[in-house]
Design a protein around this ligand. Structure first.
Ligand SMILES: C[S@@+](CC[C@H](N)C(=O)[O-])C[C@H]1O[C@@H](n2cnc3c(N)ncnc32)[C@H](O)[C@@H]1O
Length: 404
């Protein structure tokens, strides 16, 4: 979790970052030129995060951890992964099979999960990782090479989702929020889609002295966005005020569908910051949920620090649930991260450390994961299952499915 920062106090880019950013700006300008001068925000975000060799996730910057741009729950504490391991163990005991983790970051969650599952004697047949970032995949290999051989040899990296549906668990922590999203503005006279144009007079050569700059421009929404918004607005308890700006992640549906196709039997567990739809599109949330992360500071300007800052949007969990149902999955649980971890006995894990310095350290980490003003409330866990008839302890304390 990072503090919110106005753009003026963002630290300056290093010379290397600046060069990288200028190259990505030139790539986006070329895409703009081929598209006739306007790119949807969704396409801009896709290029900013995933343009081959240049996007934030395609190129090599530290990204996660204390020396990077943001810290995720598995990086805060192994308590998070140990609780997830408990949930996975219950599923694997019933289904057998394997674990597939999407977007494994530094590999810390994979390492902690396998270690805990070994302690519980419920190891998966294999632990597969699907990672889009070559640089993070290299970090994962380095980290997981430190595991005992019996664990390390179970880990494989995939280039694409498996063709053969698996038994077991699919996991994704903070991946859905990185899917490129569309941005819209709602006005009394209609809906427009936000996109990107070149700033007038912006540098031709993309140099530090005359950088390429982009700015936002709204155009009339196309039929697919209007239809999407019509469905969203029809389900909201209150009208949105004019000028209301927010995000729609149209890629969630196809993504969940593809994941569903990979799951023959078991659990798809997603964790991300987000809300049920009626809270996501609350009339007071007038500027949406888009956030950028650079060196542990959060801000809302996606047009700076291109390729060296993360861009995310909160997850509309109602969209996730609808997509899961359409794909033939069952929505078996929805809870805050705090309720999930407490349901899986995080307090017991802290207390196992006895008294002393280790206990104090773990208690501090647990607070960060659980307290509402830290990660406990903003992050949610959703359990999507197929042919799985067991109680899920992570969702025993809280059932927020009625809000979806
Ligand atoms: C915010 S990081 C979270 C990393 C890790 N799960 C954690 O919690 O520490 C997002 C991760 O998802 C990966 N990623 C982004 N888009 C992805 C996609 N479409 N499929 C699989 N992984 C993706 C990134 O490279 C990165 O590893």
């Amino acid at each position: 979790m990072t503090a919110s920062a106005p753009r003026s106090i963002l630290p300056p880019l290093t010379a290397e970052e600046q060069g990288h950013s200028l190259r990505l700006a030139a790539r986006i300008r070329a895409a703009l030129a081929s598209a006739g001068g306007w790119l949807s925000f969704e396409r801009f975000m896709e290029l900013a995060l995933y343009a081959p060799g240049l996007g934030y996730y395609s190129a090599g910057s530290a990204k996660l951890g204390a020396g990077g741009d943001f810290v995720t729950a598995p990086e805060v504490s192994d308590l998070f992964s140990r609780c997830i391991a408990r949930q996975c163990a219950a599923v694997l005991l019933r289904t057998g099979g394997e674990i597939l983790e999407l977007g494994a970051g530094t590999g810390r969650m994979a390492a902690a999960l396998l270690t805990e599952l070994a302690a519980q004697r419920v190891l998966p047949e294999r632990y597969a990782i699907l990672e889009v970032s070559a640089d993070l995949a290299a970090r994962q290999r380095e980290r997981l090479a430190l595991l005992p051989r019996a664990l390390g040899e179970r880990v494989v990296w995939l280039d694409e989702l498996p063709a053969q549906p698996l038994h077991g668990v699919l996991l994704a922590n903070e991946v859905a929020d990185a899917l490129p999203c569309r941005r819209f503005r709602y006005d009394a006279d209609g809906i427009s889609e936000l996109g990107v144009v070149l700033e007038a007079g912006s540098g031709e050569a993309s140099t530090a002295a005359a950088p390429i700059r982009f700015r936002e421009r709204a155009v009339a929404a196309d039929a697919s966005l209007v239809q999407d918004l019509d469905e969203i607005l029809a389900g909201l308890p209150e009208a949105l005020p004019p000028g209301y700006t927010s995000e729609v992640c149209a890629r969630i549906g196809p993504w969940i569908n593809a994941l569903s196709d990979c799951l023959a039997r078991g659990l798809l567990l997603l964790c991300d910051y987000g809300l049920p739809r009626r809270h996501y599109y609350h009339p007071q949330r007038v500027s949406g949920t888009l956030r950028c992360h650079y060196r542990q500071l959060a801000h809302d300007d996606p047009y700076v620090n291109l390729g060296v800052q993360d861009i995310t949007a909160w997850v509309d969990f109602t969209r996730v649930a609808d997509a899961a149902l359409a794909a033939g999955l069952e929505v078996s649980g929805f809870a805050t991260q705090a309720a999930f971890l407490l349901g899986l006995g995080v307090e017991g894990l802290v207390n196992e450390a006895g008294a002393g310095i280790e206990h104090t350290r773990l208690a501090g980490e647990a607070r960060r994961l659980i307290m509402p003003e830290e990660m406990g409330e903003a992050f949610k866990m959703i359990a999507l299952t197929r042919d799985l008839d067991i109680p899920l302890a992570g969702f025993a304390l809280q059932d927020l499915r009625r809000l979806l």
